[in-house]
Design a protein around this ligand. Structure first.
Ligand SMILES: NC(=O)c1ccc[n+]([C@@H]2O[C@H](COP(=O)([O-])OP(=O)(O)OC[C@H]3O[C@@H](n4cnc5c(N)ncnc54)[C@H](O)[C@@H]3O)[C@@H](O)[C@H]2O)c1
Length: 252
């Protein structure tokens, strides 16, 4: 069976999920290429070494450009924090390598457009990690909508709510760091927006509000040292779609 060399940047929660999927996919599905875990990049050499060992990558680096430039890396998978998505993706696209980038694609619309334009002009295959869109239930919902079975859509209501930050004592992480693209809208709001677009179509107008429920959080688990939170814990907005449908979306 033909293989494809995987370079994974980031080995946190999602990096481990991706590595696990690469290791098992060829045994579960009829895929044309078997992933080979070639190189893992992490923020420092200790993390990189330990993650490469536990996830069974052949090699590791603490310098992601080395991974992008490695000839055995044929696909670059980005599971690093949001603010790193654009530079890593652009570097991989410049090398003509397919990119699998976690959501949200980027931290600003301008960044996202540079990524879209670069991949289109290079003709490089890309995928953003909107995993819910691959769920058979969501695909069936889309088929039902598109078949006209439920008629014209007038109203959409979408909620993506998770409770992992509901505890005021949950410590500060990069998910709460504005510089790293943190906040509920970017983190999980991006999922419900992608779903709304997938089921209904492009949005054209929005109006909403954001709030920070816990304005301070412990710097680390059980720490007395508090850190200010500047991003949203929840975002609610009204939306109008290009096809005339209107709705409400919520990320919390
Ligand atoms: N599709 C989904 O459902 C889903 C779920 C969770 C997270 N995500 C996305 O996945 C990405 C990672 O989220 P996570 O929850 O795994 O975060 P995480 O904090 O658990 O992992 C991020 C990893 O990136 C590493 N990292 C930081 N700087 C780096 C650098 N310069 N080079 C290499 N590695 C570096 C960190 O050390 C950490 O191990 C985010 O973009 C997030 O939005 C997607």
């Amino acid at each position: 069976m033909k293989t494809i060399g995987i370079g994974l940047v980031g080995s946190g929660f999602m990096g481990r999920c991706h590595a696990n999927a690469y290791s098992s996919v060829a045994g579960l599905f009829d895929v044309p290429l078997k992933p080979k875990l070639k190189m893992l990049a992490e923020a420092n050499p200790e993390l990189a070494k330990e993650a490469a060992r536990s996830l069974q990558f052949e090699r590791f680096t603490a310098d992601w450009p080395e991974l992008v430039n490695d000839p055995e890396v044929e696909l670059v998978d980005i599971t690093a924090p949001n603010h790193l998505h654009q530079p890593i993706a652009l570097a991989a696209i410049a090398k003509g390598k397919p990119v699998y980038c976690e959501k949200p694609l980027a931290c600003t619309l301008e960044e996202a457009k540079t990524m879209r334009d670069a991949s289109e002009s290079a003709g490089v295959a890309t995928l953003v990690g909107y995993n819910y869109l691959q769920n058979p239930m969501i695909q069936t919902a889309r088929e039902i909508v598109q078949s006209g079975e439920i008629g014209e859509l007038f109203s959409f209501r979408g909620v993506h709510a998770e409770d992992f930050m509901a505890d005021a004592q949950a410590p500060y992480t990069n998910r709460l760091d504005a510089e790293q693209g943190g906040g509920a809208l970017y983190d999980i709001g991006s999922h419900i927006i992608s779903l709304a677009r997938f089921l209904v179509g492009p949005l054209c107008e929005v109006m909403g509000m954001q709030s920070t429920v816990f304005t301070e959080r412990p710097e680390a688990t059980n720490s007395k040292q508090m850190k200010t939170v500047k991003v949203d814990d929840q975002t609610h907005f009204l939306a109008r779609f290009e096809n005339g449908c209107s709705g409400t979306l919520e990320a919390s």
